[in-house]
Design a protein around this ligand. Structure first.
Ligand code: ATP
Ligand code: MG
Length: 389
């Protein structure tokens, strides 16, 4: 447990309250994985939590959450709560605070996510989460139909955790997933996207096929459902960047379908643009000669090019050419052309479409033959004579 978490729990206890590390951090620590963040659950009410610490942020007071800043890191401290009835399968309409830890653990989604820990008590495991961790099983806390009925996102979380941890989904839990799948239509696309991104960036991205097999995909979006699921293959050794994993998943769909899926799921523009480029070039033969490689590289950022080499399984020859092009610093875009738009204006060419085409023509020349990236040569090519060089 990080010392900051010990300090927070210690101070809450000194104040006369109960406090525990809870959820994902307990699960990950038991598995020997690095927890993403440390969440704390306490019997103290938000106002009482705020009274014990100097630097706090009201992140979700109405849900009982106060963030405590310690050494520039935020730790979420949430009051024990019972989630009220769920509105439209999304948000609890109201939450009620409780003084019982086990009531708070009961509202959590899976047994492996429903354990708490403090030095004083050791692990509090009311729902046999340890046993399921050992067996490698994702199992709902309580009745799976009821729990998925409260919040359909949990069915996607089940698949996401099974991909991150390489766990199987317990039989009744799996059955309930297929039954509650239609409720996914009412879950917000942003929440769905977060889970799918985590799934694709996990050690087992191939488990995304479960989203299709369980009958969920059709309730996510038409473009998503229409993806070529049968042909999906994992590519080994890909970096776990968001655009690389989405690109690998969508590369066989074609650029238009890929972009539609990402827009449906409200992914950010950077990811959409990178994946569009990857889908355009996926499977295209890139000739193993310098000019062809430069032409291809000129159409995308260095990061996207590197991802494309991996996605297309490009061999040594193209990788070596890439390294040489970068070492020499061959010009690959208008920014690095030896002649700028300003130069052409000074030479009397009017800015506009024609000038753009001229610059493009000069760039193509330089991609073909990098030695020509020289002011005099390019101006002569542009048909401009008698310029002071
Ligand atoms: P990670 O942060 O690695 O993605 P996590 O388990 O910490 O995994 P969070 O989404 O951060 O997941 O949620 C923290 C905890 O809150 C979970 O471990 C679980 O106990 C509970 N929880 C989160 N989302 C839900 C949900 N939709 N329904 C029920 N409990 C949930
Ligand atoms: Mg977390």
């Amino acid at each position: 447990m990080p010392p900051q978490v010990e300090r927070i729990i210690g101070r809450l206890r000194q104040g006369g309250f109960e406090a525990y590390a809870v959820g994902g951090c307990v699960r990950d620590t038991l598995l020997g994985r690095q927890p993403g963040d440390w969440d704390i659950t306490t019997s103290a009410r938000p106002e009482e939590v705020k009274g014990l610490f100097t630097r706090t942020v009201d992140t979700g007071i109405q849900h009982g959450t106060v963030t405590i800043l310690m050494d520039h890191v935020g730790y979420e401290v949430t009051t024990y709560r019972i989630d009220g009835e769920y509105e439209d399968g999304r948000h609890p309409k109201q939450v009620a605070f409780t003084s019982e830890l086990v009531e708070d653990l009961k509202r959590r989604d899976f047994t492996i996510n429903a354990m708490a820990y403090s030095h004083e008590t050791g692990i509090v495991d009311a729902f046999h989460g340890m046993e399921d961790l050992e067996k490698g099983v994702i199992r709902c806390v309580g009745d799976p139909l009821e729990r998925f009925g409260e919040d359909a996102l949990r069915i996607l979380r089940a698949i996401r955790f099974s991909a991150q941890l390489n766990f199987t989904i317990e039989g009744r839990t799996y059955g309930a997933i297929t039954q509650i799948a239609p409720n996914m239509a009412r879950v917000s696309k942003e929440r769905i996207q977060v889970e799918l991104t985590k799934l694709l960036c996990s050690d087992h991205p191939e488990k995304i096929c479960k989203v299709y097999e369980t009958g969920i995909s059709v309730y996510i979006s038409p473009a998503f459902h229409a993806l070529p699921w049968e042909g999906f293959r994992v590519l080994p050794g890909l970096s776990a960047e968001k655009y690389v994993r989405w690109g690998a998943f969508l590369r066989l769909a074609g650029p238009e379908a890929a972009v539609q899926v990402l827009k449906d799921l409200k992914l950010d523009n950077d990811t959409v643009n990178r994946v569009r480029t990857l889908a355009v070039w996926a499977g295209k033969e890139i000739p193993a000669e310098a000019a062809g490689v430069r032409r291809a590289m000129s159409g995308m950022s260095p990061l996207v090019w590197d991802a494309l080499l991996d996605l297309n399984g490009c061999g040594e020859a193209i990788r070596r050419l890439t390294a040489e092009i970068r070492e020499r610093g061959d010009c690959l875009d208008l920014k690095h052309l030896a002649v700028s738009g300003q130069d052409l204006i000074e030479a009397g060419i009017k800015p506009g479409k024609e000038m753009g085409e001229l610059l493009q023509r000069l760039l193509e020349l330089v991609l073909e033959c990098p030695q020509k990236n020289e002011r005099g040569t390019l101006l002569k090519e542009a048909g401009i004579q008698g310029i002071k060089l």
